[in-house]
Write a protein that binds this ligand. Sequence first.
Ligand SMILES: [Mg+2]
Length: 450
Amino acid sequence: MRRTRHANRRDFIRQAMAGTAVAGLLPAMVSKKAGGEDAFAPKDSIRITDVKTVCTAPERIRLVVVKVETSDPGLYGWGCGTFTQRPLTVKTAVEEYLRPFLIGKNPDNIEDLWQSMYVSSYWRNGPVLNNAISGVDMALWDIKGKRAGMPVYQLLGGRCRAAADLYAHASGRDFQEVEDSARRWMEKGYRHVRAQVAIKGYSAYGASDAGEAASNLPPETQVFEPAAYVRTVPKLFAHLREKLGDEIELLHDTHERISCAQALQLGKALEEFNLFFWEDPLPPEEVDYFRQIRNQTSTPIAMGELFNNPHEWIDLISERLIDFIRVHLSQIGGLTPARKLAALAEHFGVKTAWHGPGDLSPFGRAANVALDLACYNFGIQEQHVFNEAAQEVFPGCLKIENGYEYANETPGWGIDVDEEKAKKYPFRESPSFDMSWGRVRRRDGTIVRP
Ligand SMILES: [Mg+2]
């Protein structure tokens, strides 16, 4: 009898994945305890049978993706748990701690699983465990989409725009190189460009100049002086506005390397160039200072790339101190907390600008774009074009055309992993991307954040 029910259920799921399911036929969630640890699961519900990570670096950026397998043959999901600076800690958290916690549970109840994973370590809200939870969380949304026969953005309420408008990165050793780089993106159809320029003699974020190392600093030191940076950046934007005109939307990332007073000076100096946004003027440790910045400059502020938990963004949003909330989805625990953050921000006029360079997997990008399409308060999406190797490892990477990124219309994320090809790109011992942090110092040797 049980075998028959199970077979019927498999047939139903196949129909659902083919997009032919009728809404409302899935077994209702039962409120009484079904026994064991999983209080909400119907007795014949599918179960999580395995949870594992795949670590791969097809672009030399260390990616961690999580696979959740179920008791229904062929039904599994993928999620992004990429904390590229400390990837092996996430792998351990997933395989040694979340895997035994999850096996046997019903993958349907995403909210309950998220909340229980979140408190399962008692101490919580850190980047390692949040990324581990995110890998599972996004995989559960992938499974949910496959069961419903829908792309994930449909599960979030459907689309309220056709595609996600992207901003590209332009950088260079001098103003002319930045201008040339911006023009190349504009020729490809981009309407938004983030501009970063090298600061002569210093190692600036996004564009470095090989400057003189001071005195007896460690040999790997990259020297940065914030005053030189603050003097240079307004001149860059004066050049770009003069050469590129007013139509192109320009963005800039300070990457939190300056003092509070310098942030005020820079925000005011940039006003006349009408930036689309000015990112991370201060580190997360200085968020209280946004009240002063907000009151004294009209330059739009994007903040939050380094945030881990709601206590870091609730006041900034509810006091309307920023214009764009900019978190890395896996860093805060995945799609489940991000959709709540987006909803909170909508009510205070804050728009989304999810972090999205190369240090997230195609599943992380797909989660970003699902929210971009489904959330009314979408602002802009950071762009990354995966190389050929990454597209081989992850068949189904999202399409970009004319500066717009489009969601897949296949169920779930519509992306898979070729696990054999992933093995061709193992982590290297010391990829330069991941080892670059913690080396930037002032001339006198003081460490600069970050
Ligand atoms: Mg940034």
